[in-house]
Design a binder for this molecule. Structure first.
Ligand code: CA
Length: 234
């Protein structure tokens, strides 16, 4: 079944342009110009990804993003659209839980690539990996089922946080630089802001660390990058 994308954009021209390009890729597309209506649609339709304009006339994109995080049991990925282009705004979007960020004006082709990349990251992998356990069962990852259990509790991650954790868990103890992590998170060329990695790591830590300020799972290696601080269980 085709993935369903909800496009939330108040400018009709841009909204219809996005719809046309996404439908051409075989995706099912729902659209609205209202943040409030977007939230209602989330409750009534299965949505795989939200393309969300930050600047909406009623409920702001920030509020919609925060509500999405609260309402959906499995975090629905968000691709944020904005006219703002400073790095601070980009970081803010990512802190709100957006999985990717596109600054207007953007090329429709670029948007399609990003949508496909986010959907790929959030999709279930078709490998045959079994459950992998780390740190004497502290962290258990099931790549096939996209399940994460930390200290016995299931944890929901955004697709980007999930990819980050999977990258680090690839070789526990090995230090991954920010640039390397950016390359692993993006399936295509991306102007990599290293601070965006820090931002995702921060969000990830809040979900999985006992003390996000004294992390033992995703460790910082000063001046170098990050590593998984747990060993892989036999
Ligand atoms: Ca707008």
């Amino acid at each position: 079944m085709a993935a369903t994308v909800l496009v939330v954009e108040d400018e009709a021209k841009i909204r219809e342009l996005i719809r046309r390009y996404l439908e051409r890729e075989g995706l099912a597309v729902l659209t609205t110009g209202s943040g409030a209506e977007a939230l209602t649609m989330l409750d009534t339709h299965p949505i795989d990804l939200i393309v969300l304009d930050l600047n909406l006339p009623d409920v702001s994109g920030e509020t919609v993003a925060a509500e999405v995080r609260l309402r959906t049991p499995v975090s629905t990925p968000i691709l944020m659209l904005t006219a703002k282009s400073t790095e601070a705004d980009r970081i803010r979007g990512l802190e709100l839980g957006a999985d990717d960020y596109l600054t207007k004006p953007f090329s429709p082709r670029e948007l399609v690539l990003r949508v496909q990349a986010v959907l790929r990251r959030s999709g279930t992998s078709h490998g045959t990996t079994a459950r992998t356990s780390f740190g004497d069962g502290t962290v258990v990852i099931d790549e096939d089922r996209h399940d994460l259990v930390v200290r016995g509790q299931p944890v929901d991650l955004t697709p980007t946080e999930w990819s980050l954790l999977i990258a680090l868990a690839g070789t526990p103890g090995r230090v991954y630089s920010r640039v390397e992590l950016i390359n692993r998170l993006r399936g295509y060329e991306f102007e990599g802001y290293e601070r965006t990695v820090d931002s995702h790591v921060k969000n990830l830590r809040h979900k999985i660390e006992l003390d996000p300020h004294d992390p033992t799972i995703v460790e910082t290696v000063l001046g170098t990058g990050y590593r998984l601080g747990l060993h892989r269980d036999q």
